[in-house]
Design a binder for this molecule. Structure first.
Ligand code: CDP
Length: 237
């Protein structure tokens, strides 16, 4: 068993402490959606599909000053070894809310009064970092749908495992008994703005600042993959 007293000197998958898992991204993966994307980081896979802008009903929810962004995060039953009960849960509601807040500063819906843009995020395979993968996929899907955007949103989890600050924790690292802290971060690189910051576990102020720097640096790497995915679509016609 792994315990807090076990220093984590070498990552179980051989990565450097500042190294992301392998990333793949693709847009236009769901033909029936207005925009869509797949974002894979290690063994975590998120698919996002966007529908809209379209009229928002019931009418009392409409905002005449602009459209609203409505997200939905769902982890599929078979995405982990132990089957998950289908349907909404406290966890999925929380992640839906933080995802919406993380994406909001990046989109400009002022041209679409009384309308809604729906973002459906499905986690088809999970090995930690699903909210971050979902945000990366959603941001790509919004861009693919042609929604006016101020920036792309890049997200990654950083944390402390066995005393070491590292990026992109996998499930083994998240579960490192008593010795793991996990801090998901979403970042808008052009605006230099953080739109999601959560912390599960404990870290000292200095450690948090170091982890944040690592997250920002890693988000720039993620941005490159996202940009290539968007450009790939046009290159391939
Ligand atoms: O996925 P993320 O790290 O954003 O959120 P979490 O709630 O901290 O969950 C961590 C990980 O636990 C997920 O990525 C899944 O791999 C796993 N998990 C699970 O196995 N069963 C669940 N019902 C929920 C999460």
């Amino acid at each position: 068993m792994v315990t807090a007293t076990n220093a984590y000197n070498k990552r179980m998958d051989g990565r450097n402490f500042d190294e992301l898992r392998e990333i793949e991204a693709k847009v236009g993966v769901v033909k029936s959606a207005d925009g869509s994307a797949m974002f894979k980081i290690g063994d975590t896979i998120a698919i996002a599909a966007v529908r809209g802008p379209r009229d928002l009903y019931p009418r009392f929810m409409q905002n005449p000053k602009g459209g609203i962004l409505r997200c939905s995060y769902n982890m599929m039953s078979f995405s982990v070894d132990e089957r998950i009960r289908p349907g909404p849960s406290r966890r999925s509601r929380e992640i839906t809310l933080v995802t919406e807040n993380a994406l909001m500063p990046a989109v400009d819906l002022s041209e679409f009064p009384n309308s809604v843009v729906d973002v459906f995020i499905e986690i088809v395979q999970a090995d930690a970092g699903t909210r971050c993968a979902g945000i990366c996929a959603a941001s790509l899907a919004l861009a693919d749908a042609g929604i006016p955007m101020r920036d792309l949103v890049c997200a990654v989890s950083v944390g402390k495992v066995g005393g070491k600050i590292l990026v992109d924790l996998n499930k083994y690292e998240e579960d490192y008994e008593d010795g793991s802290s996990d801090m998901p971060v979403a970042f808008l690189p052009r605006r230099n703005e953080i739109s999601l910051l959560q912390l599960d576990g404990g870290m000292k102020k200095e450690e948090i600042l170091n982890a944040l720097e690592l997250a920002k640096k890693s988000c720039v790497e993620i941005l490159e993959v996202q940009r290539n995915a968007l450009m790939g679509k046009y290159k391939n016609g």
